[in-house]
Design a protein around this ligand. Structure first.
Ligand SMILES: *Cc1c(COP(=O)(O)O)cnc(C)c1O
Ligand code: SF4
Length: 387
């Protein structure tokens, strides 16, 4: 039976548009709302950047010294979210080069997660028993300054060619133990709808594939990418999970809300993977506000990642203690749905390791002393016969 579900979001009007920053006011809506236009008009040079913000001498120097290593690229939509005068603006910190990027620590690693070592064929990282990471492009709408794959992203020579795509698909086809495919990049939504549909249809045709996820930051940096026809295309391949990457409540705009609405209405399940970044979101109140907004956008907070040991991102790293404190201030104090897992992706390819504040105060024989979120203690007794 054909039917149409019309969803009503009474919270939608709590989300404000990202605006045009007084820079792109004359651009017709049909261009501004067009993701190809947004891609083509990315802010890539100092001259363009100076129209949007008051560039500090430090930012200028950082741009000049880093642009060969890791390009700057910011969609007009995302650039319009930047504060013109505040160099500590969380959007600015994530997208405009900073001097900290030039510090390479002796403990920094080129491939911190050993993704290349665990690559049986180019474009596939197979680390866990039943799932793989599948790289399908190396382009992204915005080059995040904290990107863990800096060595790959923004470098066109490392782009996944059509031949490589086939090699990856063949590997997944031959490995029947794989039931979950993380379609990644770069940002997989940098692929055309046709190319993505080709990938999804190939994966769906494999009996052993149960789920796949699109790991994308487009909902944050280029929400215009989520067109009706794209959402409709995805709805042919369910179950489709979309894993996105919001880091700050400022990113939760009316545009982002609309992109999430389209995907959720099309039946996708949305999860968020936040990266813990010094000066951006290293406070419990910010994370809580972000997670509350995400839930209203039908996005479930899934992971908080500790920042990796990648080269050139050490200025973003916080102590582990900061992450634990945030977890402590979430659990119990707000909806469990707003409490993600805090994980460290172990250097050297150990995979994700969850960290949690310690709630077991002591253990004496069968008696455990536990504490709750308010630090009140409670005794709990193990069953007698738990041999
Ligand atoms: C993160 C990751 C996955 C997915 O892990 P989940 O915990 O299932 O979300 C799969 N493969 C690699 C290599 C990863 O880094
Ligand atoms: S979208 Fe993801 S892969 Fe692309 S630059 Fe940002 S963090 Fe890196």
């Amino acid at each position: 039976m054909a039917y149409e579900i019309k969803t009503i979001n009474t919270v939608a009007d709590r989300f404000k548009t990202g605006g045009r920053a007084g820079v792109w006011d004359d651009v017709p809506d049909k261009d501004w709302d067009n993701w190809i236009w947004q891609q083509q008009k990315r802010v890539k040079s100092l001259e363009q950047l100076e129209k949007v913000i008051h560039v500090t001498p430090e930012e200028r120097e950082a741009f000049e010294k880093s642009n060969d290593l890791f390009h700057m690229g910011i969609t007009p939509y995302y650039a319009a979210l930047m504060d013109r005068d505040d160099p500590h603006c969380p959007i600015r910190l994530q997208s405009v080069p900073q001097l900290g990027e030039l510090n390479i620590l002796p403990t920094d690693l080129e491939d911190p997660l050993a993704e290349e070592r665990d690559m049986p064929v180019p474009g596939i990282t197979h680390r866990y028993p039943d799932r793989v990471l599948f790289y399908t492009t190396h382009n992204c709408p915005v080059f995040c300054r904290h990107c863990t794959r800096k060595r790959k992203v923004s470098d066109p020579s490392s782009a996944a060619q059509t031949k490589q795509l086939e090699v990856g698909l063949k590997y997944i086809e031959e490995h029947k133990e794989i039931r979950d495919v993380v379609i990644s990049g770069g940002d997989p939504l940098s692929n055309s709808d046709d190319r993505l549909e080709y990938i999804l249809s190939r994966l769906r045709a494999m009996e052993h594939i149960e789920v796949f996820r699109l790991g994308t930051r487009n909902l944050v940096t280029l929400p215009q990418r989520i067109t009706d026809s794209f959402a409709k295309m995805l709805s042919k391949y369910h179950p489709v999970f979309v894993h996105t990457h919001f880091n700050h409540p400022k990113e939760c705009t009316a545009e982002a809300f609309e992109a999430c609405r389209k995907l959720a209405d099309a039946g996708c399940v949305l999860n968020n993977q936040m990266v813990l970044l010094k000066g951006v979101n290293d406070k419990a109140e910010i994370v809580k506000e972000l997670n509350h907004k995400l839930l209203m956008m039908r996005v479930r907070p899934y992971y908080i990642y500790q920042c990796d040991l990648s080269q050139g991102i050490s200025h973003f790293r916080t102590p582990i203690e900061t992450g634990l404190e945030i977890m402590e201030k979430l659990r119990g104090w707000t909806s469990g749905m707003a409490v993600p897992y805090y994980v460290v992706d172990a250097p050297g390819g150990g995979g994700k390791i969850p960290l949690l504040p310690n709630y077991v105060v002591k253990k004496e024989g069968k008696k455990l002393t536990l504490r709750n979120f308010k630090n009140d203690q409670f005794e709990y007794f193990e069953p007698e016969d738990n041999e």
